[in-house]
Design a protein around this ligand. Structure first.
Ligand code: WT7
Length: 646
């Protein structure tokens, strides 16, 4: 079966890199990384140009990672100021509101400069200094971009918390990084519904003693309670600040942001990215993967609460002087045409979204797509989870009318930007494969003992050398950083993903091999959901696994053992599901919850998740050897009472 989509002729001609160009660049990047990266660093505007490139070791004795260490720059100045002369009047951000009847906002680079300076001056007036942590809990409104870039401008470290997270989750993230300031809005608006963000911050504040100041953006005009001495309206504070704020000169290795992400154990980790290497990676990958050209409109339909939003709504496109679209709403509200209507309305050239969104749209039928033109589209991107070939073909054939290459980008919060992805003028496509590594990326497949596997094979995906966009540490826990990523396979960065490589050297990500599940392209730690469940007074024990889900990719399947004397029932099931939602946020809502009198444990007390996964998948014919279980009989009950889903 020749399921290959060759590079379209016009792309081979138009693109910066053709197949030979890619091979040459890739080869150089690995053969002489020092000169390669110093050359690439020229794409940024440095206060002091670096003379050092990568300096790193993944070995325990000498563990360190740094890039361009002697360089100085300011990230916000790279995203704004350096464009002012050439394209000050060009549109930097197009903001499309949730409500299609509300007017969009277009901000030029000059206007963005002014707004970011004002926001920076408000932060300064509130005592925020270089190195301080600022939590941003905002919906997708222009102020979210201003706040992020304002932090970068004054050298404060931003920690954006997705506005869908609960007060508990927010409090944990504020406390972990000792953030004294939180920026929020009265309410968020999404899909016609409102979220009480300010009230959530009020609730979080009770568990976040470090919090001193809350800056509130007025967005919907909804009612809020302001606490004297702690809460400040942004519009009042901004009324008399200057609209100029000089950018703070930063070392390349000064922290830029923290972004919390779930792992297989414990509470979410604060992934730390630094200034020079991260920005270079975001900007370079945005240009290469999307062959970005001056004047194009780029729409990454993610939320700034995730790394995708950081790198491809804000930092990458703005560093490249692009016009970036910020969308407050959801792709299928008021109906499944919305995403394509926005494409037409703003003449979007590149659309970048997640497989889960595509599957949801597919379900509603092609008429919604066909009712729109989409003639402006040139490229379509995807990210977040493996894309099933069916969704890939729909994206290509229906959404893109067969004209637009599909750029499937594999990467992670930890990697800062795309790592394995096709280049539109260089790489023939195969539906479901993220294709080939980007320049500088040295992927390997290893077996469980760490032996390198060659040729067409399948194994665990590791990256054998550092790249500029790599995370530098886990906030406040450098030991956990080393332990999580560099001990499974000594001397290598372990991604947590399984992967197959075919005879053409194409990579096919098969999904997580650890206890992390990928729900709608968002990472969820099973341990996190379990600890939320056991926090309920009636729950004795819980085990959570992933299960196949037609739209979300993976859903959350929870097994719950109740305390003695507690009766299972529909009401309690509903209550527990609601409980997890309010403890973590709607994205953690269990899709299935089974009451289990006992969990399958080995004699040493370890839960055999393999069995739980099989039952959740409704694949009960091959449970494997259960004889090592302390009580093999529990399995029969689990099988009998399993929740069977579509
Ligand atoms: C995990 C990282 C990258 C930003 C969004 C998610 C999975 C991501 C792909 C892809 C197959 C993918 C991996 C990865 N993943 N992109 N194109 N194909 N799998 O970031 O929350 O840090 O999750 O998402 O399993 O490890 P994240």
């Amino acid at each position: 079966m020749s399921d290959i989509y060759p590079v379209p002729e016009e792309w081979a001609k138009r693109a910066r890199l053709d197949a030979a160009g890619y091979e040459k660049m890739y080869g150089l990047s690995l053969a002489d990384p020092g000169s390669f990266w110093l050359e690439q660093a020229r794409r940024l505007d440095w206060i002091k140009r670096p003379e050092l490139a990568g300096d790193w070791s993944f070995d325990e004795e000498d563990f360190h990672i740094s890039w361009f260490a002697d360089g100085k720059l300011n990230v916000a100045a790279n995203c704004i100021d350096r464009h002012l002369k050439k394209r000050g009047a060009a549109t930097a951000i197009i903001w499309e509101p949730d409500d299609p009847d509300m007017a969009p906002i277009r901000l030029s680079y000059l206007e963005l400069h002014r707004e970011v300076c004002r926001f920076a001056n408000v932060l300064k007036a509130q005592g925020v200094r270089k190195g301080d942590r600022v939590t941003i809990y905002l919906p997708m409104i222009p102020e979210a971009a201003f706040a992020v870039l304002a932090c970068a401008r004054i050298g404060a470290i931003h920690s954006v918390v997705f506005a869908g997270f609960s007060p508990e989750a927010l409090a944990g993230r504020i406390t972990d990084c000792d953030s004294t300031v939180c920026i929020t809005a009265d309410e968020g608006r999404r899909g016609g519904r409102r979220t009480p963000l300010k009230a959530n911050v009020d609730a979080a504040a009770g568990h976040a003693p470090a919090l001193e100041k809350v800056i509130v953006v007025q967005s919907t005009g909804g009612d809020v309670t302001m606490t004297e001495g702690r809460d400040i309206w942004y519009h009042e504070a901004a009324a008399d600040v200057s609209d100029d704020c000089p950018p703070e000169p930063m070392d390349a290795e000064d922290p830029l942001f923290i972004l919390y992400t779930s792992g297989s154990t414990g509470k979410p980790k604060g992934v730390l990215h630094t200034s020079g290497g991260y920005l270079l990676w975001a900007s370079l990958t945005h240009e290469l993967c999307f062959d970005y050209r001056e004047g194009e409109v780029f729409w990454c339909a993610a939320d700034i609460g995730w790394v995708t939003g950081h790198s491809y709504i804000l930092y990458g496109p703005l560093a490249n002087g692009a016009t970036t679209v910020m969308f407050e709403g959801v792709p299928n509200w008021p109906d499944a045409s919305r995403i394509w209507q926005v494409v037409d309305k703003h003449q979007v050239n590149t659309l970048f979204t997640a497989p889960t969104a595509l599957r949801a749209l597919m379900k509603d039928g092609d008429e919604y797509v066909k009712a729109t033109s989409r003639a402006s589209l040139r490229l379509l991107g995807t990210v977040g989870e493996p894309i099933n070939p069916e969704a890939w073909r729909w994206y290509h054939d229906v959404a893109g009318d067969g004209r637009c290459p599909i750029i499937d980008t594999w990467w992670q919060t930890e990697t800062g930007g795309a790592m394995i992805a096709p280049l539109p003028g260089a790489t023939d496509l195969k539906p479901g494969s993220a294709t080939r590594p980007l320049p500088g990326i040295d992927p390997q497949l290893v077996d469980p003992d760490g032996n390198i596997l060659h040729g067409a094979t399948q194994g665990n995906l590791v990256i054998a050398r550092s790249w500029p966009g790599q995370m530098r540490t886990v906030w406040n826990d450098h030991a956990r950083f080393f332990e999580t990523y560099f001990t499974t396979y000594k001397g290598k960065y372990f991604t947590g993903d399984g992967c197959r490589r075919d005879e053409d050297g194409y990579y096919w990500i098969t999904g997580r091999v650890d206890d992390v599940i990928n729900v709608s392209g968002h990472r969820m730690g099973t341990a996190e959901v379990e600890s939320a469940l056991v926090a309920h007074p009636r729950v004795a024990e819980a085990a959570v696994v992933g299960m196949p889900h037609a739209v979300k990719g993976q859903g959350i399947y929870a097994y719950v053992t109740l305390n003695a004397g507690c009766e299972p029932g529909e009401e309690l099931r509903g209550e527990l599901i609601k409980w997890v939602r309010s403890e973590i946020g709607p994205i953690a809502t269990p899709d299935a919850l089974q009451f289990a009198p006992g969990l399958p444990k080995t004699r040493s007390g370890k839960i055999m998740r393999r069995i739980l996964r099989k039952i959740a998948e409704n694949d009960v014919s091959s449970l494997g050897d259960t004889s090592t279980l302390a009580d093999p009989a529990v399995v029969d009950d689990l099988v009998e009472n399993r929740v069977v889903h579509a």
